[in-house]
Design a protein around this ligand. Structure first.
Ligand SMILES: NC(=O)c1ccc[n+]([C@@H]2O[C@H](COP(=O)([O-])OP(=O)(O)OC[C@H]3O[C@@H](n4cnc5c(N)ncnc54)[C@H](OP(=O)(O)O)[C@@H]3O)[C@@H](O)[C@H]2O)c1
Length: 257
């Protein structure tokens, strides 16, 4: 059989980039998806190839039906199989507006990218995987959703983002339930505060909060921390688990007294 194949949405930068690089090092052929950064995506592909791995870059917005279809079609055209979908692409709340100033436009943008996109991409990927399992092309599939501590921790200046991430948690449960007996496992990987472009604009605030004990492990999370968790799932170290949330947050989720 050929090498397993993974799509990592939003893997031109940040967490997705580290996941793509890790999965390629693990032996996956990787589709490096990006929206607006072709140079960054091509660089990831070049790094993977230089390290002896296989990857292609595919431009597609997960927020658009055409983009989602393209992503799947180009992946299957190149590799003829799909074993893993990592729903990583995401955007923060534009302007971080207070709840009382939040706009329908931002709502549509954030929910469309961070929740509706992953939902319908997962639907399409799951249908494709089911057909491939039926035909004996793949033994099973995995869908991994990158949520956030914002799925349960309130930030009133990012309501759309928090609601989208809370929705992703339920989406994980729904897909895990529906696909549990169909050889497709579904996981939620829940990062804490991770050093990427997304958190760049609020770096000083988080520097202070981390120093003040925001999480028991007092450091910034790195994209590679998240990539290792995804790698462990994809390496089949959780064969009897599905619908599981895996926190990668330095212990942020603990309630402390
Ligand atoms: N950083 C954190 O502290 C943190 C914490 C918890 C959860 N997360 C989640 O982890 C994921 C990755 O975050 P990050 O910090 O790595 O973000 P990032 O550094 O801002 O990178 C975002 C990535 O998503 C891609 N992207 C954005 N919109 C897209 C679209 N419509 N279609 C396809 N790709 C799109 C970007 O592609 P382009 O380069 O082409 O724009 C980029 O590769 C997100 O879902 C985020 O919500 C992050």
């Amino acid at each position: 059989m050929s090498n397993p194949v993974a799509i990592v949405t939003g893997s031109s930068r940040g967490i997705g980039r580290a996941i793509a690089q890790q999965l390629a090092a693990d032996g996956f052929c990787v589709t490096v998806n990006y929206n607006s950064s072709p140079d960054a995506a091509n660089e990831v592909v070049a790094q993977i190839e230089a390290a002896g791995g296989a990857a292609i870059a595919v431009q597609a917005s997960v927020a658009s039906p055409e983009g989602r279809a393209q992503l799947l079609e180009q992946t299957l055209a190149k590799w003829q199989r799909l074993d893993v979908l990592v729903n990583n692409a995401g955007i923060t709340s534009p302007g971080r507006l207070d709840l009382l100033e939040a706009t329908p436009e931002n709502w549509d943008l954030v929910l469309g990218t961070n929740l509706k996109g992953p939902f319908f991409l997962s639907q399409a990927a799951a249908n494709s995987m089911l057909g491939q399992i039926e035909q004996g092309i793949i033994a099973g599939g995995k869908i991994i959703n990158l949520s956030s501590l914002s799925a349960y921790a309130s930030s009133p200046n990012r309501a759309d983002y928090c609601i989208a991430k809370a929705g992703l948690a339920m989406m994980t449960n729904l897909f895990a339930d529906r696909l549990g007996d169909e050889k497709i496992q579904v996981f939620e990987v829940c990062p804490g505060v991770i050093a990427t472009d997304m958190t760049g604009p609020v770096k000083e605030k988080y520097d202070q909060q981390i120093a003040d004990g925001l999480s028991p492990i007092k450091r910034w999370g790195q994209p590679e921390d998240v990539a290792k968790a995804v790698s462990a799932i994809c390496a089949d170290y959780f064969p009897f688990s599905t619908g599981q949330r895996i926190n990668v947050d330095g212990g942020f989720h603990l309630r402390r007294l």
